[in-house]
Design a protein around this ligand. Structure first.
Ligand SMILES: Cc1cc2nc3c(=O)[nH]c(=O)nc-3n(C[C@H](O)[C@H](O)[C@H](O)COP(=O)(O)OP(=O)(O)OC[C@H]3O[C@@H](n4cnc5c(N)ncnc54)[C@H](O)[C@@H]3O)c2cc1C
Length: 270
């Protein structure tokens, strides 16, 4: 794998505008979008993306690397070529979406984060994609654009299968990631269970809209919150809505024992 040889013969395309990129996607078959390339190039080296005929480099399209907050919508928008480093260091992300900033800081290495994008992390649709867990927790909505139309889809509906399958059509590109401002008195925290920091996650949990103090006062409230879906557990690519008693007990113990003590401030308990 550690070679400069790509096991695929392909044509490299560098569109100057988003419109141009979308028409390439609409007109040609076998197009693969290149953002940071940290997943795609690895796959090309191993030959696991052998059907690619065109590499569409969207990193050079101006204006797609934005991170901006829309005060009217009360929503943060992240562009498809904004790098993980840009997102991680953004002041608003650090302040209001700290679980995302934290998750990204635990991904790979600085050099990978300087290249890689959140859009690539989402579209690669790995079951252990680290930025996906907090993004689902914050209620992220994706915009998928093609030369035919534009549509939005909640991130938690985007993944359609365990092997990197997703709801994106071949002529669509992810053009925006929208993160609504978290509700008052709610908080989120990210905890990555892995051998070393740069490892892929072994387990990721998310917490949403749970009155933390109540949960602490009554262990049973926490169990109920997990049971009824206020806290959902994401275990590689499966969002578990109903879980068995054994998993429930383990997740509750993990949240109480690890996440809450180490992330109390991030959880912004009421
Ligand atoms: C050493 C190393 C360590 C890593 N560690 C981690 C880790 O700890 N956690 C983790 O989650 N990941 C990790 N990764 C995986 C990878 O870095 C991330 O998934 C990264 O965010 C991918 O982004 P990218 O911009 O490089 O995507 P690319 O490789 O450019 O693209 C990935 C896929 O998404 C598609 N794509 C990209 N942008 C779009 C778009 N706008 N619309 C539609 N499709 C698109 C591409 O066609 C491709 O199929 C690691 C990778 C490496 C090489």
């Amino acid at each position: 794998m550690n070679t400069r040889i790509l096991a695929v013969d392909y044509e490299y395309l560098a569109p100057a505008t988003l419109k141009e990129a979308l028409s390439v996607l609409g007109e040609k078959e076998g197009v693969k979008i290149l953002a940071g390339g940290t997943d795609l190039i690895t796959m090309l080296k191993t030959g696991s993306d052998a059907n690619m005929k065109y590499m569409l480099d969207v990193k050079r399209v101006p204006g797609l690397d934005y991170i901006r907050y829309d005060d009217g919508e009360k929503t943060l928008h992240i562009g498809p070529t904004a790098t993980l480093s840009q997102i991680e260091k953004n002041d608003l992300v650090k302040e209001k979406y700290e679980a995302l900033s934290e998750a990204i800081s635990l991904m790979a290495s600085v050099s990978v984060r300087n290249m890689a994008t959140m859009a690539g992390n989402i579209c690669n649709a790995s079951p252990v994609a680290d930025s996906v867990v907090p993004a689902i927790c914050y209620g992220a909505v994706l915009t998928l654009a093609s030369s035919r139309a534009e549509r939005t889809i909640p991130l938690h509906e985007f993944f359609t299968g365990p092997l990197g399958l997703n709801a994106r059509a071949a002529d669509e590109m992810l053009t925006d990631i929208a993160l609504p401002l978290p509700k008052p008195n709610t908080g989120a925290a990210f905890f990555k269970k892995a051998r070393v920091k740069s490892d892929i996650a072994k387990n990721a949990n998310r917490m949403r809209d749970i009155p933390i103090q109540k949960a602490l006062i009554r262990f049973k409230t926490l169990l109920t919150a997990i049971w009824n879906g206020s806290i959902e557990c994401i275990i590689p690519s499966i969002i578990i809505k109903k879980i068995n008693a054994y998993a429930l007990k383990n997740i509750a113990a993990f949240i109480l024992g690890k996440i809450i003590p180490s992330h109390w401030y991030a959880l912004r308990a009421i």
